[in-house]
Design a protein around this ligand. Structure first.
Ligand code: 5GP
Length: 202
């Protein structure tokens, strides 16, 4: 008999800051019980309302370097003047336990994960236009004008990498984007290669 794979899907979600990744991911997490969010480490200062250990592990630069030295990261990268990294151990544990794990990471880190874990599923989430992205970044009211400009420049660089992703979701409506991401995850869990690998039939 063919049984469901016991392994979860490793799902990379990238896209410009302001594309709506956090909203889409947190809504999907409420819909699916088979999903866990990978909490990244960062040297960025917490934004109002962000909780250490839930949104990020907020680290000093020294603590971050220490984690690099200990080889604790699945990937890490610099983004707009701060360091970000995915702690490897919780990802491996959750995937082995059958949970799908979402990594909300930028494009350089995503490239490292695609290289190390070729079975990871990658999704590029983008806003409908650059104008809309700028409007969302300003509307957030949390970043300085200089940071907003840096994030817009980063967005241009990120768009150029979109073709490396297996899927692209255009987030002009959050409900639709959540449904699309949900559908991708469901389809990926039903992939024959994914299921038969668990059965050792490949
Ligand atoms: P923010 O500062 O707006 O929370 O995140 C900035 C960017 O860093 C976003 O594009 C987000 O996806 C990315 N990011 C968050 N965590 C990680 C991580 O662990 N690794 C990498 N490479 N990027 C991350």
């Amino acid at each position: 008999m063919i049984a469901r794979s016991k392994k979860g899907v490793l799902l990379i979600v990238s896209g410009p800051s302001g594309a709506g990744k956090s909203t889409v991911i947190s809504r999907l997490s409420q819909l699916r019980t088979d999903l866990r969010f990978s909490v990244s480490a960062t040297t960025r200062a917490p934004r109002p309302g962000e909780i250490d250990g839930q949104d990020y592990y907020f680290k000093t630069q020294e603590e971050f370097w220490e984690m690099i030295k200990l080889d604790a990261f699945l990937e890490h990268a610099e983004y707009v003047g701060n360091s970000y990294g995915t702690p490897a151990a919780p990802v491996d544990r959750d995937v082995a336990e059958g949970y799908s794990v979402i990594l909300d990471i930028e494009v350089q880190g995503a490239a490292q994960v695609m290289e190390k874990r070729p079975d990871a599923v990658s999704v590029f989430l983008c806003p409908p236009s650059m104008e809309e992205l700028e409007r969302r970044l300003r509307g957030r009211g949390t970043d300085s004008e200089e940071k907003i400009r840096d994030r817009l420049m980063a967005a241009h660089r990120e768009y150029a990498q979109a073709h490396k992703y297996r899927y692209i979701i255009i987030n002009d409506d959050a409900d639709t984007a959540v449904r699309e991401l949900d559908a991708i995850l469901t389809a990926e869990r039903c992939r024959s290669s994914y299921i038969l690998e668990g059965e050792n039939l490949l």
